[in-house]
Design a protein around this ligand. Structure first.
Ligand SMILES: C[S@@+](CC[C@H](N)C(=O)[O-])C[C@H]1O[C@@H](n2cnc3c(N)ncnc32)[C@H](O)[C@@H]1O
Length: 217
């Protein structure tokens, strides 16, 4: 098992994290024991962060003790892997859909560092006092106003020098326009507020998606 980032491992072409809730599977993921430790298989077809890593992300700003605000936490798939990586930190998971937050609550029951919020990231005042400042804002919400939501939450929550990780879905912004044009416009918009550390396309693992790593200026 080769470590490629803090808390992220590779065996052959597959990605793994160290399972911080041993012998517990949340999503039928592969559990693999190597060197006396248990690892969980992380699927880049299900997770945009895993896809970004497979597609050559040069640096992962999430560390072992990171405090992460995760917008669009859904059932908790990617949040659970971030909770493995930031095993000494915390993951605040926000999603407005009760059906998926129910699953997120089950995931949180099995892991000590996921805190679910049934909330809309357009209205961060709902969780402002509970979250405080964070090292990382991670967003995957597939909404037309994705950039606005991201900028608003990063302005409110990101520590100076903190990182914003954005999985951008072009078709949610405009179904007719070519994704490339949407990504370029998004990049220009983000550059007004952040230093862009990395930008990469996630196709074909995640169709019409791009991934941005932004640093607060
Ligand atoms: C593509 S799914 C996220 C998958 C998840 N990030 C993962 O990798 O496991 C998008 C999620 O964004 C949520 N979402 C949509 N609008 C949102 C908003 N305004 N605030 C927070 N979450 C939102 C949806 O309910 C949905 O669960």
């Amino acid at each position: 098992m080769k470590q490629i980032f803090q808390g992220v491992f590779q065996e052959g072409r597959k990605l793994y994290t160290l399972n911080s809730a041993p012998q517990q599977q949340l999503f039928d993921e592969e559990l693999l024991v190597a060197d006396g430790k248990e690892y969980r298989g992380w699927n880049p077809l299900r997770s945009k962060l895993a896809a970004a890593i497979v597609k050559g992300l040069p640096e992962l700003p999430i560390k072992g003790n990171s405090k992460v605000l995760y917008l669009g936490a859904a059932h908790g798939y990617t949040p659970s892997f971030i909770s493995d990586i930031a095993a000494e930190g915390i993951v605040f998971g926000v999603d407005p859909a009760p059906r998926v937050v129910r699953d997120l609550v089950f995931a949180a029951e099995k892991r000590k560092n996921i805190l679910p919020f049934l909330a809309d990231a357009n209205h961060p005042e709902a969780y402002y006092n509970l979250v405080g400042s964070v090292d990382i804002v991670y967003q995957d919400v597939a909404q037309k106003n994705q950039i606005e939501i991201f900028v608003k939450n990063c302005s409110l929550f990101l520590k100076p020098e903190g990182f914003g990780l954005l999985a951008l879905k072009a078709r949610s912004i405009d179904v007719l326009q070519q994704p490339q044009g949407i990504f370029l416009a998004a990049k220009k918009e983000l550059e007004k507020k952040f230093t862009i550390i990395d930008f990469r396309l996630l196709s074909p693992l995640q169709k019409d998606h791009a991934f941005f790593v932004c640093k607060k200026q």
